[in-house]
Write a protein that binds this ligand. Sequence first.
Ligand SMILES: [Zn+2]
Length: 409
Amino acid sequence: MTQLEKIVKRIDSFRDEMIDIQIKLCALPAISPASGGEGEEKKAEALLDFLKNNGFSKIEVIKAPDLEAPSDYRPNILAFSKGKSSAKTIWIMTHMDVVPPGELAQWRGDPFKAWVEEGKIYGRGVEDNQQSMVASLYAAKAFHEEGILPNYDIGIALVADEETGSEKGIDYVLVHTNAFRKQDLIIVPDAGNQDGTMIEVAEKSILWLKFKTLGKQAHGSTPEKGINSFKAASFLVAELNNLYKAFPDKDNLFDPPISTFEPTKKEPNVPNVNTIPGEDIFYMDSRILPRYTIKEVEEKIKEMTEKIENEFKVKIILEEAQKAPAAPPTSADAPVVQALKKGIKVIYGKEGKAIGIGGGTVAALFRRTSFSAACWSKIDETAHQPNEYCIIDNMMGDAKVFAHIFLQE
Ligand SMILES: [Zn+2]
């Protein structure tokens, strides 16, 4: 048997244990204080027990102060397993926190008493992010139990606060430690697709704007006595659609390959049909390719709103709801991407593809600090939904992909 075959067989033997730990972790809901929970302390304790009993050579807990948490801190765990060489570390980072269950009536069972049904584990957090967390822990455990040394050190990072901004999670760890090095491979399995081919390496800039259009309220039968803010705003929506023409570039690294500018949320105006609305509020969600700056898009939008203001004699007030410039992308040729591609090919028989997406991922925090990081996992994307589930075979397969990478030269 080759080393990989031995490790794969060993991982398969962990199947029941991996399901059990999923259920155990799910019963320790690590909801952040900002979302009404107690934070990750109890879950971190259970994970620390696992790490201590399964051959990790060095375990550090980095405590980010948080007066809202019962323990006054949020735990971040870094655990290491020695490899043949310490020239680089192969990192797998997952987050311990989970989002609240949402409406309980929509769940078929207790979200924090995970249950197994037809090859899937159901429960809050079992996919986001415990599938990959358990996969990474058991990939490392397999090496320990087989007595096989990985080629490089393995680093398992279990962080807090991902769902509410990472300030007390990986952000804090990056500022307060030197754990990560330029040459390290950093895998963040917190995004993915159903066939496990998407390797996320880049993101678009995000710009969310609120447009408040002020006209003049009047009776519906005498529109000439007022200024219809809703009508003006509707022309503005149509005008803003020209942003697609103003910023037309395509980049096939991204899916979709273009910048997008979409009107989304609409606030109610008047409650009755026979009033000309004097105030109108709508929002736009823009995802901008990194080749354009947010500033040039904002300038174009300003031109468009001024045009509508002049034409309809309204006042348009612009407010930022969110603005996040894209982090520098990880190159599609980066070692972490190549390593994932090899692992995906051998374990799943598929060609992995480097892709940029419209939403921000936590990997951006690494990229901003000039580390290359890639997001990957094989998931059905049920995160944050009722009846969130993890396909057990995906958890097993992902563990094998990680193990394959630990064996790579
Ligand atoms: Zn997540």
